[in-house]
Design a protein around this ligand. Structure first.
Ligand SMILES: [Zn+2]
Ligand SMILES: [Zn+2]
Length: 589
């Protein structure tokens, strides 16, 4: 639920664009219309916002879609009358009298102490308002009412829940249509909607909020995503480890995580003298693992990777689909290296990230380089190390021609970091990969290697995630591909459709043959009409439908229809298998 706490009276009139004034004027026109239908409505606030406007109302009943239509029609009537917006200064006391039957407005006025206020009037409507507004009600561009949502008065969950009507507004009908089209595309691609339709994942109150449950096709998708990163990491010299889900709290006290991230950990489990935590991050465990063996400088860099599910106590109000969950599986890695290896290791991680994002079709991205605030603050002192690391990161990014912007004061408490912001097909930006340099934790946890001088030294650790977490990245991928995953990533790559009952054995035989070749193929041999089966496969966005009837069964072929509508008749099963195996192996489509 949106929690907008902007107060209309607090909006300064300076720096307001004409479009903002237009949107805000529409909010007034909407409030007038709502009052016509509900004369006893109590009014909250009605600011302009990005792409439009809203107004909050306390109403005797819940609004319906029909109500919105009626409100919109009344608004259009008012727009036609070209009624002027008129500003009238008003004293504090007079304002209190004027809005005597409007408790929310009265509360706002009381909050303004004794300063001079103003009201704006048009038609039959008066609002406490600083403006600015357009000249008259005809000058409001193109608009459409979108939706109603609940919103607590002043964003406070202890205050009454009001009904907020949202509208979109732009200068021209063309811009509005454009925006509505983008909204519709995003709605069609919403991963929560597609996750359900494609049978990928679900949530249940019986299990708990923010804990996604993956159905067979969703688990296959996870498996394919993680196998790919695992395969790529192995090629880049990473070794995979496993360090389990619970850890003694003492370790996080020592590492500094309890101090810095204690509020996102689940409550501790006490077992006699020991207190355990659900693991919120892998770093300390990997450092303990590194310490369990002796390492010489010749062994470095050592790269430990792990797909372990971690647990973070996100507030339940902030949970949303797969993008914010309480159980999350990072494609996590810790690289133990000597200070002089930071630049090369950072570059190697950059290459890996670019390869993986590129395979998924994320080629438009930029890097945010987060540096410490030179004023000090929460950053641990060791100016020389910080400077060396910052230079190493910049050199590496420059050498690889990666665009980046440096931001001071955004670094983690243990060192500078680079975050990848990638654009999806709708142009929305997602923060995916991250590489962080760490000078602090290895020393705190006594991590050591034996140097060329035969003395113990503390390595630098790079923390690194390629896709971030499997869960969130899956949400991003579902929306990026609109559920139509490339062949290599599709949980089901093809479905064999029998035309009549007598073709069922052949359909099953084709599916078996393809599965034996390592593909993921199902047979739909139900006694349903072919058109019905095709329609269902299309809704599932399966890459290929393989239709088999008398001719195909006799010749050992299939008739292919792909999800874009392209048809190929009488293709030998072996030919198709060879094509799909090749496509999957290269992750080429
Ligand atoms: Zn106003
Ligand atoms: Zn880490």
């Amino acid at each position: 639920m949106a929690m907008d706490t902007t107060l209309e009276g607090e909006v300064e009139s300076s720096g307001v664009s004409d479009l903002d004034a237009m949107r805000h004027s529409l909010a007034h026109i909407m409030a007038e219309a709502v009052l016509k239908i509900f004369p006893d409505a109590k009014l909250g606030i009605g600011p302009w916002i990005e792409n439009g406007f809203y107004y909050d109302f306390d109403l005797p009943r819940t609004l319906t879609p029909d109500d919105l239509q009626e409100v919109e029609a009344l608004m259009r009537d008012r727009i036609k009358t070209a009624s002027p917006f008129e500003r009238v200064p008003i004293s504090h006391d007079d304002a209190l009298k004027l809005f005597d039957d409007q408790p929310y407005k009265k509360e706002l006025i009381e909050g303004f102490a004794s300063q001079d206020l103003s009201i704006y009037q048009h038609g039959e409507f008066t609002d406490l308002c600083r403006g600015p507004h357009v000249k008259d009600t005809s000058m409001v561009g193109a608009f459409k009412l979108l939706s109603v949502a609940g919103a607590y008065w002043r964003g406070d969950e202890k205050r009454p829940m009001l009904q907020r009507i949202y509208g979109a507004a732009f200068n021209t009908q063309e811009e509005l249509d454009d925006y509505l089209e983008r909204l519709e595309q995003a709605r069609q691609r919403d991963h929560r909607k597609l996750g359900k339709e494609l049978g990928l994942f679900t949530f249940s109150d019986q299990v708990g909020p923010g804990i996604p449950l993956f159905l067979p096709r969703g688990e296959m998708l996870r498996h394919l995503m993680e196998s790919y990163v695992r395969e790529a990491q192995t090629r880049y010299g990473y070794e995979h480890v496993w360090t389990s889900n619970i850890v003694k709290k003492d370790l996080y006290l020592k590492s500094g995580h309890w101090e810095h991230y204690g509020d996102v950990m689940f409550p501790p489990m006490v077992d006699g003298d020991n207190t355990y935590l659900l693991k919120p991050m892998n770093c300390p465990s990997h450092m303990v693992l590194f310490n369990s063996q002796m390492h010489s400088y010749r062994d470095l860099p050592k790269r430990y990777a792990e797909f372990c599910t971690l647990y973070r106590y996100e507030r339940s109000g902030e949970l949303s689909g797969l993008t914010r969950v309480r159980s999350l599986t990072q494609d996590d890695c810790h690289i133990f290296c000597m200070p002089e290896q930071v630049e090369e290791e950072f570059g190697r991680a950059l290459d890996l990230i670019r390869e993986v994002l590129g395979t998924y079709g994320f080629t438009d991205y930029h890097v945010q380089l987060s540096l410490r605030d030179t004023q000090g603050g929460k950053y641990v002192d060791d100016a020389e190390k910080w400077l060396l690391a910052e230079h190493a990161l910049r050199r590496s990014l420059d050498a690889k021609g990666v665009q980046y912007t440096a931001v001071e004061g955004e670094a983690a408490f243990y060192g500078p970091k680079a975050d990848f912001m990638a654009k999806d097909v709708l142009g929305r930006e997602w923060q995916l990969s991250t590489i962080q340099v760490d000078f602090i934790q290895p020393a705190r946890l006594g991590v050591e290697y034996i140097g060329e001088d035969s003395k113990p030294h503390t390595p630098v650790v790079l923390h690194r995630a390629v896709t971030g977490t499997t869960e969130r990245f899956m949400g991003v991928l579902i929306e990026h591909f609109g559920g139509a995953f490339p062949v290599w990533l599709s949980p089901v790559q093809a479905v064999v459709l029998s035309i009549a009952d007598r073709h069922a054995p052949y359909a099953a035989e084709v599916a078996n043959q393809m599965n034996a070749a390592g593909l993921r193929v199902e047979a739909d041999t139900r006694n349903e009409r072919l058109q019905y089966k095709i329609r269902e496969a299309q809704v599932q966005k399966l890459p290929y439908m393989l239709i088999v009837g008398d001719n195909e069964a006799a010749a050992g072929t299939v008739s292919i229809r792909d999800r874009t509508g392209t048809k190929r008749d009488s293709v030998p099963v072996e030919t198709l298998i060879a094509e799909l195996v090749e496509l999957s192996r290269n992750r080429a489509g």
